[in-house]
Write a protein that binds this ligand. Structure first.
Ligand code: C2E
Ligand code: MG
Ligand code: MG
Ligand code: MG
Length: 284
């Protein structure tokens, strides 16, 4: 089970979690400094088109390289970042860096169908900050192909304030930014709300996708995929861990998948190598 490294990681992170409980204030000021000093690393996880297994895009996932505690996962610092408002700066940093990286990839590839990159957005960013302004700034700094920078938002985030969210999302789409509904199936939203939000993509939560949930999953996956397609959206399955997951998802009509079967989150250099290898293979 070399790919199931999640279990090991928890042990590695224990000291950090302890530190977080005992010294939250320190963690807060550390995080403030980390954002200023750019100690936040962005990893990119491939999102693959199931039809030909080509890389369609990447999801940007933040890591914090703490000078004493080592590399920390989002579960250890996104909460602190949200509660302190630091998420606004952190989110802007991730969005800006990702757009710059995406522009580099798109220039190098010159593909007719440019790859995309998606960035996670927290509720604080959507509700209490001028996200529109940040997106405009990011898009003006780096020339990414229209529609290829995407934002990922969860159902529960959107449902915190559906009216406001609907307005914001419409404005975000006007800027030429894609919108993915993240972790679909884990929230409590009424399905009728889906129509009111201009998402172009639904990301099915990994709990419905991972091999461990085999049994009930084809029925549920099938319904979610049909619903998404009826609403004119594309579908990304999260947590595709095995090749048979990928085969099954493709048979169910799912367009894209993301998961350990295709690659773990990796640094920009590794992602670039992956893209290069893929192009060399396609050319040979
Ligand atoms: P998410 O957006 O749902 O991201 C997917 C998570 O699933 C990632 O965890 C990824 O490493 C993990 N994953 C990918 N493939 C597989 C697989 O095949 N099996 C399993 N078991 N897991 C897989 P990660 O990187 O720890 O991120 C956790 C969450 O933290 C993300 O969930 C996202 O909600 C949040 N997050 C990450 N970066 C940011 C950020 O820059 N800003 C905000 N606001 N949230 C972030
Ligand atoms: Mg996400
Ligand atoms: Mg997700
Ligand atoms: Mg998730």
């Amino acid at each position: 089970h070399s790919k199931r490294i999640g279990g090991d990681r928890i042990d590695v992170y224990k000291p950090a979690m302890r530190a977080r409980k005992t010294d939250r204030l320190t963690l807060e000021s550390d995080l403030r400094r980390a954002i200023e000093r750019q100690e936040i690393t962005i990893l990119y996880q491939p999102i693959v088109r199931l039809e030909d297994r080509a890389i369609a895009g990447f999801e940007a996932l933040a890591r914090w390289d703490h000078p004493k505690l080592g590399r920390m996962s989002p579960s250890e610092f996104i909460n602190v970042a949200e509660e302190t408002g630091l998420i606004v700066d952190l989110g802007m940093f991730v969005m800006d860096q990702t757009a710059r990286q995406l522009a580099v990839w798109q220039r190098a590839m010159r593909a007719r169908d440019p790859i995309f990159a998606s960035v996670n957005v927290s509720s604080r960013q959507l509700l209490r900050h001028d996200l529109i302004h940040d997106i405009r700034t990011v898009l003006s700094r780096s020339s990414v192909a229209r529609g290829t920078l995407k934002l990922e938002l969860t159902e529960s985030l959107v449902m915190e304030n559906p009216e406001h969210a609907a307005q914001m999302l419409a404005r975000i789409r006007e800027l030429g930014t894609g919108l993915s509904l993240d972790d679909f199936g884990t929230g409590h939203s009424s399905l009728s709300y889906l129509q009111r939000f201009p998402f172009d993509t639904i990301k099915i939560d990994q709990s419905f996708v991972r091999t461990t949930s085999r049994g009930t999953r084809p029925v549920i996956l099938k319904s979610i995929i049909a619903l998404a397609h009826d609403l004119g959206m594309e579908v990304v399955a999260e947590g595709a861990e095995t090749d048979s997951d990928a085969v099954e998802l493709y048979q169910l009509g799912c367009e894209y998948a993301q998961g350990f079967a295709f690659g773990e989150p990796m640094d920009a250099d590794a992602a670039t190598r992956l893209l290069t290898e893929e192009r060399l293979e396609a050319a040979s």
